[in-house]
Design a protein around this ligand. Structure first.
Ligand SMILES: Cc1cc2nc3c(=O)[nH]c(=O)nc-3n(C[C@H](O)[C@H](O)[C@H](O)COP(=O)(O)OP(=O)(O)OC[C@H]3O[C@@H](n4cnc5c(N)ncnc54)[C@H](O)[C@@H]3O)c2cc1C
Length: 405
């Protein structure tokens, strides 16, 4: 690893904003490229993050090798249900989906960034940013003014940096989630088994993710009907026997999916992860997107710093945009089509998954990272169903939920 370049106090090669999976990864990769890197985090690490903490194969594959991380359970089975009925439990060919606490995952990723040479400054929020020439200036909540050649905005779904870059969303959802302590009998009932229930609101579902003596459970649906979503959450938790115990956490969070072609950079400011609204339209899985885009953003930041001049920097930004579009953009396009099908006919999707073994095998292969959502969507059966259900609709996922940040 080349040594970080020396710089005046308050001046960095790369400033990364947000120490979630996207930011911690971008900071680690930029530091590994020899950049003097500052990772700014508003919260104090370790911090709680509303999230199921389900790591599919693509997420596990994108973690740095040897990351010390406690896995609290691994899903050997998936139970699918539709509107509280038609339950069917299916076995995973290779149990892959790991269930973790985000506080632990994000702290481990931040440690890895620090071990690679990044300076971590938590309890410090970005409050303002602007750029002039080849310098980006960042102001923090402590009143400090910092300068960098590149800024990576990885500050989550309510990102300030995304507003600056002009990220546009096609789908905005509200998720309500609890973490509930469970007794031994309840823990045994859930051990090794994840529940996904397709819900009564358009595009909605509920989940239970087991983590030993705790279950993480929640519901998600298009933003705009919080009363109905809360009622669904209570009903769902009651049916799963998880309404009684006082939750350790009871929170809500927005998830956002970008509009195709939405900007990923402005000048020398890049966005990654939830800040770039890179989230699967259907499952709302976002950790693999955060890790992969964080990795690409860290590399791009390294290239911008090395290139120095305007042309090299512009080329690196264009390359970042292209790489994200070619990989994650393609995945999101496929998941948008799937979401469109699901939102219009969840019963059909449920029947296909639970009654047609090849369909579950494909979904299971996606969870284990043996195929992608785009791979699932190449199945002629799925494509025919998607075309039939969405025939005559101009663009797939637009009407499902309210747009905008
Ligand atoms: C209820 C729910 C359940 C989910 N379950 C799953 C799941 O099981 N599996 C999965 O793959 N995905 C899941 N997701 C999606 C996943 O949580 C996100 O996609 C993922 O957290 C994105 O990571 P990130 O690093 O981009 O952002 P985040 O993890 O949100 O990290 C952003 C960080 O930026 C910090 N920050 C914000 N503003 C500032 C600022 N101004 N200055 C400095 N720091 C700032 C925040 O404190 C935070 O630490 C779920 C989402 C929700 C809402």
């Amino acid at each position: 690893m080349p040594p970080p370049s020396t710089a005046a106090p308050g001046t960095w090669d790369v400033i990364v904003v947000g120490a979630g999976p996207a930011g911690a990864t971008a900071a680690r990769v930029a530091a590994e490229h020899g950049c003097a890197t500052l990772l700014l985090e508003r919260a104090v690490i370790p911090r709680y993050k509303t999230c199921g903490g389900g790591l599919i194969g693509a997420s596990l594959a994108a973690l740095p090798a040897g990351l010390p991380l406690k896995i609290h359970d691994t899903a050997r089975q998936f139970t699918f249900a539709h509107n509280g009925g038609k339950e069917r439990t299916l076995d995973c060919r290779t149990p892959t989906c790991a269930l973790v606490y985000r506080s632990e995952l994000d702290a481990a990723l931040t440690e890895a960034a620090a071990a690679a040479g990044a300076k971590v400054q938590d309890g410090t929020a970005l409050t303002q940013l602007e750029q002039h020439g080849d310098t980006v200036t960042v102001k923090t909540g402590h009143g400090d003014t910092l300068h960098a050649s590149v800024v990576v905005g990885a500050d989550g779904s309510a990102s300030r940096v995304a507003r600056y870059v002009g990220v546009e969303c096609a789908q905005v959802d509200l998720a309500l989630e609890v973490e509930v302590p469970v007794d031994e009998a309840t823990a045994a009932r859930w051990r090794g088994r994840v529940l996904m229930e397709w819900g009564p609101l358009p595009g909605s579902f509920g989940w239970v993710f087991p983590k030993g003596d705790v279950c993480t459970a929640g519901v998600v649906a298009a933003r705009g009907n919080p009363v109905a979503l809360r009622a669904y959450k209570d009903d769902f938790l009651k049916r799963q026997g998880l309404l009684g115990p006082t939750p350790l956490h009871d929170t809500g969070h927005l998830t956002r999916c970008r509009r195709p072609g939405s900007p990923l950079a402005r000048g020398r400011v890049l966005v990654a992860g939830d800040a770039a609204a890179l989230v699967d339209h259907w499952s709302r899985e976002g950790i693999s997107y955060a890790l992969r885009s964080g990795n690409l953003a860290g590399r791009a930041a390294g290239r911008i710093v090395t290139a120095g001049g305007e042309t090299g920097s512009r080329d690196a930004v264009v390359a970042y945009t292209q790489q994200v579009e070619d990989t994650l953009g393609t995945e999101m396009e496929a998941s948008g089509t799937l979401m469109n099908l699901f939102a219009r006919n969840p019963g059909l999707v449920h029947s296909v998954i639970t009654r047609l073994p090849p369909a579950w095998q494909r979904l299971d292969a996606y969870i284990a990272d043996r195929t992608s959502v785009a791979g699932i969507m190449t199945n002629p059966l799925v494509r025919t169903a998607a075309t039939a259900v969405t025939r005559g609709r101009p663009r797939s996922w637009g009407p499902i939920s309210s747009a905008g940040r």
